[in-house]
Design a protein. Structure first.
Ligand code: DGL
Length: 282
């Protein structure tokens, strides 16, 4: 049987501060092979994970509103950044008439999967301390011991990996040490059997993280759940544009040599061209 593509492909924009959203893009492409994807990185505002909440909310909203002013046929917005989602989703959903899908820490599935009821949470420093994350733990992992680790250094390593730099598991060891080492917040490290990758940058380092930890630790992220949520919406809405094939763009808020060094990676992820998005000053 011939698999006939739909006449109009839904246009989905995947947004993150940096390259982290590419981990969500991978999962989304598998779920929606006929989707038309744009990527939007606020590399001019990167990183978000160590910035105050009000700054992240204002910046993420300003970037997405500027993008919508430039590209007017987006069907689904995906906030592929835990740091921005845990803060800015309500405001973005009020602003946009099209669906806005967010990514939040996969604490619920991790708590269900953990046999020892002892889980790790690896996120940005911002996500670890947000009340949204604390509420998720109270609601879905109240029967688990949770060891939380916030790291911006790991975000940087993922950025470097996607710029073709070799990252060794040894470089991750000091960052992951609180998950392995006995401390007041980690009283029985040998019981930790599940780790939530609650920053979209971290699945890009899944192999290195797995090698640095014991094989008994299973890694859990939100990629598949978000991909299914995007598919849920694309099945329910009529695409705004009728052109199924167009060049695909990866948009950045700053153009420099570090942006250029992502060209090969972006081509591998299926993007034809890098574009610059101008963000007006507040
Ligand atoms: N990828 C983003 C997240 O999921 C954070 C990276 C950053 O610190 O900007 O939280």
């Amino acid at each position: 049987m011939i698999d006939t593509p739909p006449t109009a492909a839904p246009h989905i924009v995947i947004f993150d501060s940096g390259v982290g959203g590419l981990s969500i893009l991978q999962a989304a492409r598998q779920q929606l092979p006929h989707g038309r994807f744009s990527y939007l990185s606020d590399n001019g505002g990167f990183p978000y994970g160590n910035k105050p909440a009000h700054h992240v909310i204002d910046r993420a909203c300003r970037v997405l509103e500027s993008f919508a002013a430039e590209v007017d046929d987006v069907d689904v917005y995906v906030i592929a950044c835990n740091t921005a989602s845990t803060l800015a989703l309500p405001r973005l959903r009020r602003h946009f008439t099209r669906p806005v899908v967010g990514v939040v820490p996969a604490i619920k599935p991790a708590a269900e999967l953990s046999r020892n009821k002892y889980i790790g949470l690896l996120a940005t420093p911002g996500t670890v301390k947000r009340s949204y994350t604390k509420r998720l733990i109270e609601e879905f992992a109240s029967d688990c011991h949770v060891v939380s680790v916030g790291s911006s250094a790991l975000v940087e390593l993922a950025e470097r990996k996607l710029r073709q730099e070799y990252i060794s598991p040894e470089q991750l060891q000091p960052i992951l040490a609180p998950l392995i080492t006995l401390s007041s917040s980690n009283p029985t490290p040998a019981r930790l059997d599940t780790l939530v990758l609650a920053c979209t940058h971290f699945p890009l380092l899944a192999d290195e993280i797995a090698q640095a930890l014991s094989p008994r630790v299973q890694l859990v992220d939100s990629g598949l759940a978000i991909a299914r949520r995007i598919a849920y919406w694309t099945e329910r809405i009529q695409p705004l544009a009728s052109l199924p094939t167009q060049p695909t763009y990866a948009w950045f808020t700053r153009a420099d040599s570090s942006t250029e060094s992502l060209s090969d990676t972006l081509a591998l992820f299926g993007f034809d061209e890098i574009r610059l998005l101008h963000i007006p000053t507040p």
